[in-house]
Design a binder for this molecule. Structure first.
Ligand SMILES: *[C@@H]1O[C@H](CO)[C@@H](O)[C@H](O)[C@H]1NC(C)=O
Ligand SMILES: *[C@@H]1O[C@H](CO)[C@@H](O)[C@H](O)[C@H]1NC(C)=O
Length: 290
């Protein structure tokens, strides 16, 4: 009796703490507005967030995670979105935080959105890449995901990898794997830099600017906020989640081909190739295979 109860408790503990497998969830199960709740509207399974001349808006996950995969479907601001930025990202907290960013830079009607990605490690970013998408992200929902394990961080658009940040600790390069991260999205006015280098300003007569979300999925090692990062790191590093299977330690051959295709057809900027900005090539770029 006692032992079957303790097995049940262990199973419960494992299912809660080690690998919370959540299929598409309701927004409220995983997330909450953290900025301007009055700029949210709920429409069936979709959540809309608006930017107007009073405020932007943002939501954050209720929990923090270390490793796993987050996936959200987003339909970006239709029509004139110049000056606006919609971001979807994971981030830890503090001066030495880690962060994995998708930033969708709006544009004037008919001109393409730009997707900027960035990776911060120990508080330092400056690792921007930019690409155009192979579809119009404003007419339909598309999925954007971040896979994070101990070997790599993979940014994906509709399951096609667009960026890989590999663990190169064996070359002495720090890799983010010691801090729990929250999952966030926000929309705000960034017309000082976002569109055509800041030349095109937000046209407030076209407000509100609305981004829509659905298909909320987080499948990761959940980290209680009351637990120290070092303990979470130890537990999550040995949690045995599917994202840490050997096959997930690098892209499959098919995915590598997809990434090559994206890079050769859609990439418009890569910090690794910006010699004016980085006279000596950033260390991780020397070792990245892509
Ligand atoms: C915001 O825009 C509305 C509609 O264009 C306008 O009536 C209002 O004065 C503006 N408010 C601010 C604070 O600029
Ligand atoms: C906006 O459109 C222009 C013209 O097509 C393009 O050069 C630019 O990269 C696009 N995106 C942004 C964010 O400026």
């Amino acid at each position: 009796m006692a032992s079957s109860l303790s097995y049940a408790l262990i199973a419960l503990f494992l299912s809660i703490c080690v690998s919370s497998v959540i299929a598409t969830a309701e927004f409220n199960q995983l997330f909450q507005p953290y900025w301007a709740p009055d700029h949210f509207s709920f429409d069936g399974d979709a959540v809309n967030m608006k930017l107007d001349n009073y405020s932007g808006a943002g939501f954050s996950s209720k929990s923090k995670y270390m490793f796993g995969k987050v996936n959200i479907q987003i339909k970006l601001v239709a029509g004139d979105s110049a000056g606006t930025v919609t971001a979807f990202y994971m981030s830890s907290e503090g001066a030495k935080h880690h962060e994995f960013d998708f930033e969708f830079l709006g544009n004037t009607t008919g001109e393409p959105y730009v997707v900027q990605t960035n990776v911060y490690v120990n508080g330092v970013g400056n690792r921007e890449q930019r690409l155009n998408l192979w579809f119009d992200p404003t007419t339909d929902f598309h999925s954007y995901s971040i896979l994070w394990n101990q070997r790599q961080v993979v940014f994906m658009v509709d399951e096609t990898p667009i960026r890989v940040h590999s663990n190169l600790e064996h070359k002495g390069i720090p890799f983010p794997k010691d801090q729990a991260m929250g999952v966030y999205s926000s929309i705000w006015n960034a017309d000082d830099w976002a569109t055509q280098g800041g030349r095109v300003k937000t046209d407030w007569t076209h407000a509100p600017f609305v981004a829509s979300y659905r298909g909320f999925e987080i499948d990761g090692c959940e980290c209680p906020v009351t637990t120290a990062d070092s303990d979470n790191a130890k537990r999550c590093a040995s949690s045995g989640g599917w994202w840490d299977r050997p096959v997930m330690s690098e892209l499959s051959v098919h995915q590598s081909h997809q990434l090559i295709w994206v890079r050769s057809n859609h990439m418009i900027y890569d910090y690794c190739n910006d010699a004016a900005r980085f006279p000596s090539v950033p260390v991780e770029c020397e070792h990245h295979r892509h």
